[in-house]
Design a binder for this molecule. Structure first.
Ligand code: AMP
Length: 689
């Protein structure tokens, strides 16, 4: 707990006790016939204590809410969301039919921001690392998601209002309860506050039983009706469907894009010249039937994911480019710090890897690249932290996981998950499909090793299984050591056994003559292994929402009578890079504006031309609210001014060079400071609204 908050909570508890004692003293004096003078003095002392308590209360409230108190945060969010919806950045889907929770449409500026973010993602990751981009279907057959574990385990814990049946996410109710108590109940003791904070810190780590018992212990009821709640139970988040008209082929809308990459591993490895490491990437829609979507774009039922699967030798997770990010220093929140109630701290990435806080260099490399990606988009680096998963929060097979969390008006939100998933996914699909998803390392010199060798007898298998021979051979070869030894034992003792061939979706009878399984000393020329995968997974909608909040501010109009909204998007993400305005309605200026507009089109700069008679100040204000970084104003036939959105500074350029200057600053070849020092300045009241 924050030191000042702790001290203030203690002071509050002491003051409350003193008040009660003084209250009792006054009552006692009245009943025991004390003099009026004595009683007045005691009442004065009581009032003094009340004033002191009120003052501590105010300080505590300020310490809890910080400078951006929760009320301020909500008002701020309202201002941002109103602007976003009014200017069609995004809007609830199917609005004329009263919408559907958790589904949103992006309007024109929102689409442009999203496509800029995705273009930069491709540049920063796919291009930089020569990743192999793929595009797989959203509809996925059940077998794939059974192999990945989603059919069984892709669940959230849900509780139901026992009378109305309304569903809630169990962890969300507990989180809301703890936050509300901490923020609004100033009378709780420092010990109780510490306990609630601890529950919040380990919330993702709690089992169904632990969540259920906390809900009972705190007396949490259904938020709207106050009815009792059921025990928490798992709800699968996937949307189920069936593929084809017969209804016999179950499928799901994919909950992530990663599985499309894993099932293509064999072909992608071949495409990459049978070399590791390599990464595949995919951008696409993911679908999750969230229990109670809220928080706008942050928790939706259909969203865009951008995912990278970086395949690496499990015995060598060093990264050749790690030194390029090792000196970055940013907020990291290791598991131990969370468990002991501390806050995130700045750690140089090189140190985090060398001290083993981050499991390996490749994972560290991606953490560093994600940091650069988010901050270059415009995420405030002081409101970005990398939080390590707690032990139970992490899947059992994972070696290490970190979430890039961004602080917005809803608190700290996971926007990118970066996980070392070990060899789990490729193993799972190898086993289920019978197709080995493995890599090879060629040895410079052959090595002698004892091996369990599975040799299918293709002639006998061909006679028995005809056209299915290949599938049976592949399934036999894909057996792991334990399965192969079991088969060896059964064939030796019984002569035959039933064997499930996944690709045939049935069992076949394997006889002793069809396969030999033996331990042999072999000379090996290569090592065959299942690669590990390191997966950065980006929720694009969440990143965009946080970017909207981090970019939004208000400034007073020139007359000082209203507040004007501005998005300070960097040119990289701004939905429109530039506007072109004739200063006044005048045919010559309009023609010059059209010439500049054509040059901007040829230079590939998205822009908007506005020849309405509205005052120039109003036109600036309208585009500031869309986050347009530059405005060219034509006020002569030979030259024009260029205004920068945040400083409102203006330079004067020749008409012919206007498009080039804007292109240079939007593409990052020159900064605004560069052009500010290279061109004459223009000052006029019209830069303001
Ligand atoms: P996960 O596979 O659960 O780690 O999710 C990967 C990323 O997807 C997260 O880091 C989030 O940014 C994003 N995400 C997950 N669930 C949702 C959702 N319901 N709405 C929007 N984004 C989501």
């Amino acid at each position: 707990m924050d030191a000042s908050e702790d001290i203030l909570r203690k002071a509050m508890a002491e003051k409350q006790l003193a008040l009660e004692a003084q209250g009792n003293a006054v009552r006692m004096m009245k009943t025991t016939g004390a003099t009026k003078q004595e009683i007045d003095a005691a009442i004065e002392a009581l009032n003094g204590l009340k004033l002191e308590k009120a003052s501590i209360e105010r300080q505590l409230q300020a310490a809890i809410s910080g400078s951006e108190g929760s009320l301020n945060r909500e008002a701020f969010r309202q201002a941002v969301v109103n602007t976003l919806e009014r200017r069609l950045f995004y809007i609830p889907s199917f609005k004329i039919y009263r919408g559907v929770a958790g589904l949103y449409d992006y309007g024109p500026p929102g689409c442009a921001v999203k496509s800029n973010v995705l273009a930069y993602w491709r540049q920063h990751f796919v291009l930089e690392e020569n990743m192999l981009e793929v595009d797989c279907p959203c509809v996925t057959p059940e077998v794939v998601l059974k192999a990945s574990g989603h059919v069984e385990k892709f669940t959230d814990l849900m509780v139901k209002d026992e009378k109305t049946g309304t569903c809630y996410r169990a962890d969300h109710l507990l989180k809301d309860f703890c936050n509300e108590k901490l923020q609004k109940d100033l009378s709780i003791t420092p010990e109780k506050a510490a306990e609630l904070k601890r529950v919040l810190a380990v919330l993702d780590d709690l089992s169904a039983e632990e969540l259920g018992s906390k809900i009972k212990e705190y007396g949490i009821t259904a938020p709207e009706t106050k009815n009792p709640l059921s025990d928490p139970y798992p709800f699968n988040l996937m949307f189920q469907t069936s593929i084809g008209p017969s209804g016999v082929s179950p499928g799901y809308m994919r909950p992530e894009t990663a599985q499309g990459i894993f099932v293509n591993f064999k072909d992608l490895y071949y495409y990459n010249g049978n070399k590791l490491p390599f990464a595949a990437a995919q951008i696409g829609q993911a679908f999750r039937n969230e229990i109670s979507p809220r928080q706008g774009l942050l928790r939706v039922r259909e969203f865009t994911l951008a995912e990278i699967e970086h395949f690496v030798d499990p015995e060598n997770k060093a990264h050749p480019k790690f030194s390029e990010v090792a000196n970055l220093e940013f907020l990291m929140f290791p598991r131990e710090e969370q468990m002991s109630g501390h806050s995130a701290k700045r750690i140089p990435l090189g140190e985090a890897v060398s001290r083993g806080i981050v499991n390996n260099e490749t994972l560290g490399y991606f953490i560093g690249r994600v940091y650069l990606f988010l901050t270059r988009l415009g995420i405030d680096k002081n409101r970005l932290r990398f939080r390590q998963h707690l032990a139970n929060e992490m899947a059992h097979y994972a070696a290490d996981c970190w979430d890039a969390e961004i602080e917005c008006s809803y608190g700290w939100i996971e926007c990118v998950g970066i996980a070392d998933r070990s060899a789990y996914d490729l193993h799972a699909h190898s086993e289920k499909s019978g197709v080995p998803l493995v890599a090879q390392e060629k040895f410079p010199e052959p090595r002698e090793v004892e091996k369990l060798v599975i040799s299918p007898v293709k002639k006998d298998l061909g006679l028995a299984f005809k056209g299915n021979q290949r599938m049976v051979v592949e399934a036999l070869e894909a057996m792991n050591e334990k399965e192969a030894l079991e088969m060896k034992y059964t064939l030796e003792s019984k002569g035959e056994m039933e064997f499930y061939v996944c690709t045939l979706e049935k069992e076949v009878t394997i006889k002793k003559n069809m396969v030999t399984i033996s331990r042999e000393i072999k000379k090996e020329h290569q090592r065959v292994f299942t690669p590990s995968v390191i997966e950065p997974s980006f929720g694009i909608g969440r990143i965009i929402f946080c970017l909207f909040e981090h970019s939004f501010y208000m400034r007073p109009s020139k007359a000082g009578d209203e507040h004007l909204n501005v998005f300070r998007f960097p040119p990289l993400v701004a939905p429109i890079k530039c506007t072109v305005f004739p200063l006044v309605q005048n045919q010559k200026y309009e023609e010059v504006s059209k010439v500049i507009s054509q040059s901007l089109t040829s230079a590939g700069i998205s822009h908007k031309i506005d020849i309405t008679g509205t005052s120039i100040g109003k036109r600036y204000a309208r585009t500031d609210e869309l986050g347009v970084p530059f405005a060219i104003t034509v006020d002569s036939t030979s030259s024009a001014t260029i205004r920068e959105r945040d400083s409102k500074d203006q330079i004067r350029v020749n008409v012919e060079e206007a498009a080039t200057v804007v292109k240079d600053v939007t593409d990052g070849r020159r900064t605004w400071e560069d052009v500010w020092s290279a061109f004459p300045h223009h000052s006029s009241g019209s830069a303001d609204e």
